[in-house]
Each structure stands twice: as structure tokens, then as C-alpha cells.
Design a binder for this molecule. Structure first.
Ligand SMILES: Cc1cc2nc3c(=O)[nH]c(=O)nc-3n(C[C@H](O)[C@H](O)[C@H](O)COP(=O)(O)OP(=O)(O)OC[C@H]3O[C@@H](n4cnc5c(N)ncnc54)[C@H](O)[C@@H]3O)c2cc1C
Length: 111
């Protein structure tokens, strides 16, 4: 069972590695605390619950970061236009920007 960068290494451009690690620690603590009395701390089913609980979050950050990295790696002119258009649109998106920021800060999980 792994957590933090040992479990998932995302590109630093996301600025999300620490947040992901803290969310790992939080959900692992919750899973261990809520375990049935007869399960040991190393119980495989218990640790799979933790892995499943973290999967969607980790995948979403990984895909988003990879997508942004690919987008910003394109040198051709049309791509810089797409990047600028997207960044400006996102900056003005109000509630969407707020929602994404809350997700990134781990606020969606009440950390
Ligand atoms: C340039 C850069 C910018 C970043 N910016 C952000 C940001 O803005 N926001 C954000 O959320 N994240 C950011 N991150 C990512 C964040 O720093 C990491 O995701 C986070 O530190 C991972 O924490 P960790 O405890 O899993 O691993 P680490 O912080 O790497 O801790 C692992 C520890 O284990 C020790 N260790 C390793 N091997 C052994 C061993 N065999 N025995 C004993 N000890 C060992 C290491 O010395 C280290 O102290 C950034 C990363 C980089 C590189």
C-alpha cells in the first residue's frame, strides 16, 4: 500500500502533488478508523477500499495535468491561440473556476 508521490507522481506543473498526498493520508486514516474490529491494519480488502476511494481523484488530476502538459508543449502558432483562448475563458468562467479551485485544494472532500 502506497501514498503520496510513491503512489502517484504527477507533473509539478499541476502543483497538486502535496494536495493529493494529504488527501491520501486523510482517506487512509478514515479507512483504518472505520475498519471492522476483526480486520488487521494490513488487511488486503481494507487497503483496496482506500485504493478505490482515491482512484478517481488521482486519475482526474493525472489526466488533467497530462492534457495541459501536452497542450503547452505544442510549439505551433494555432496551439498558442487555443491556449490563450482557453486560459482567458477559464479565468472568466466564474463558478467553474471556483469549483475547479475547490477541487484542487481538496475542499470537495472537506479536508
Ligand atoms: C518543482 C516542484 C514544485 C511543486 N509544487 C507543488 C505545489 O505547488 N503544490 C503541491 O501540492 N505540490 C507541489 N509539488 C509536489 C510535492 O512537492 C510532492 O508531491 C510532495 O512533496 C510529495 O510528498 P511525499 O511525502 O509523498 O514525498 P516526499 O516529499 O518526496 O517525501 C519522501 C521522503 O522520504 C525520504 N526517503 C526516500 N527514500 C527513503 C528511504 N529509503 N528511507 C528513508 N527515507 C526515504 C525522502 O528523503 C523524503 O524526505 C511540487 C514538486 C516539485 C518537484
Amino acid at each position: 500500500m502506497l501514498a503520496g508521490d510513491a503512489a502517484h507522481n504527477v507533473h509539478p506543473l499541476a502543483g497538486q502533488g502535496l494536495n493529493l498526498g494529504l488527501a491520501d493520508a486523510d482517506l487512509l486514516a478514515q479507512a483504518l478508523h472505520a475498519r471492522e474490529y476483526w480486520r488487521s491494519l494490513g488487511d488486503e480488502k481494507l487497503l483496496r477500499r482506500y485504493e478505490r476511494a482515491r482512484k478517481a481523484d488521482v486519475l482526474a488530476v493525472g489526466w488533467t495535468t497530462d492534457g495541459l502538459q501536452q497542450l503547452f508543449a505544442q510549439p505551433a502558432e494555432p496551439w498558442s491561440w487555443v491556449r490563450n483562448w482557453g486560459m482567458r475563458g477559464f479565468d472568466r468562467s466564474g463558478p467553474i473556476k471556483h469549483w475547479v479551485a475547490r477541487q484542487a485544494m481538496g475542499r470537495a472532500q472537506n479536508l
